[in-house]
Design a protein around this ligand. Structure first.
Ligand code: CP
Ligand code: NVA
Length: 302
């Protein structure tokens, strides 16, 4: 049976920890310049319906380092953009390629693609989730703090795809998470409900200071995600005060680390001072996208 990587809660804690173990091994091999062609001769179709810098490059380079090949397909220049159904695209891609990575709007669309294609599908971001980013984020936490356990995690900002994914991560990995969002911008109710049902330790608040106090990991994301550009001005007002800045860092644990999936809007959701400061690990985090995705691809396509 093929397996897909669509949402963190589809995977068990043991399976995700195995991905971290493989990530560590592949990252070390890459740093030593040791060949690790686990996907020799394999191909990955990468379908993008939204923009990307990190996701595109990290998957493409990662696939090359594994001995395989990745194809960049943008909806604007494929038949997807002219209305060909995603399920037909998926079935055709599965005849040529060994796996599909997709970045799009609808999570249901990705699930449909996975149902219809005979090869593994990886979610490279939807409006609902960004699971590859979460794996990179937690791998970065492990590198800097030695472990992901026994830490308090703090999310400040929009209840968007990243916030939903952090709640899923708290559900699967069992750590304590505090989520501070403005009223009206909370995380998706389905995600919150599932987390509650599964006993996740998540505090929901409208007070960034409450979320940050004593936290070991601080995290935020843009106020307007891709597809919400028209709401930028309105969101700037709604999110005033939901910024990771020096005052918030002072409230957190003195050894805290600061994450941001990037791209960042400096001096909006995070100050330039913090992102350039000693607590920030955002570029290690961006690098780790490639290493964890290599492990995910090797697990699914290998
Ligand atoms: N963090 C992330 O997914 O970046 P891109 O949008 O550049 O791919
Ligand atoms: N929440 C952001 C994440 C970008 C990597 C977006 O969806 O645009």
């Amino acid at each position: 049976m093929k397996k897909d990587f669509l949402c963190l809660t589809d995977w068990s804690l043991e399976e995700l920890e195995q991905i971290f173990a493989l990530t560590r091994e592949l990252k070390e091999k890459q740093k030593r310049g040791e060949e690790h062609h686990l996907l020799k001769g394999k191909t990955l179709a990468m379908i993008f319906e939204k923009s990307s810098t990190r996701t595109r490059v990290s998957f493409e380079v990662g696939m090359y380092q594994l001995g395989g090949h990745a194809l960049f397909l943008h909806s604007g220049t494929t038949q997807l953009g002219r209305g060909e159904p995603i399920k037909d695209t998926g079935r055709v891609m599965a005849r040529y390629c060994d796996g599909i990575m997709i970045r799009t709007f609808s999570q249901q669309g990705v699930e449909e693609l996975a149902r219809c294609s005979e090869v593994p599908v990886i979610n490279g971001l939807t409006d609902m989730y960004h699971p590859c980013q979460l794996m990179a984020d937690l791998f970065t936490v492990i590198e800097h703090k030695g472990n992901y356990r026994d830490l308090a995690y703090c999310w400040i900002g929009d209840g968007n795809n990243m916030a939903n994914s952090w709640i899923n991560a708290a559900t699967v990995f069992g750590f304590e998470l505090r989520v501070a969002t403005p009223k009206g911008y909370e995380a998706h109710p389905e995600v919150v409900e599932r987390a509650k049902k599964l006993g996740a330790r998540v505090l929901y608040t409208n007070d960034p200071a409450e979320a940050a106090r004593g936290a070991h990991v601080l995290n935020t994301d843009v106020w307007a995600s891709m597809g919400q550009e028209a709401e930028q001005k309105q969101r700037e007002q709604a999110f005033a005060g939901f910024q990771i800045n020096a005052d918030i860092v002072k409230l957190a644990d003195p050894g805290c680390i600061v994450l941001h999936c990037l791209p960042a809007h400096r001096d909006e959701e995070i100050t330039d001072e913090v992102i350039e400061g000693p607590h920030s690990v955002v570029f290690d985090e961006a690098e780790n996208r490639m290493h964890v995705q290599k492990a995910i691809m090797a697990t699914l396509l290998g």
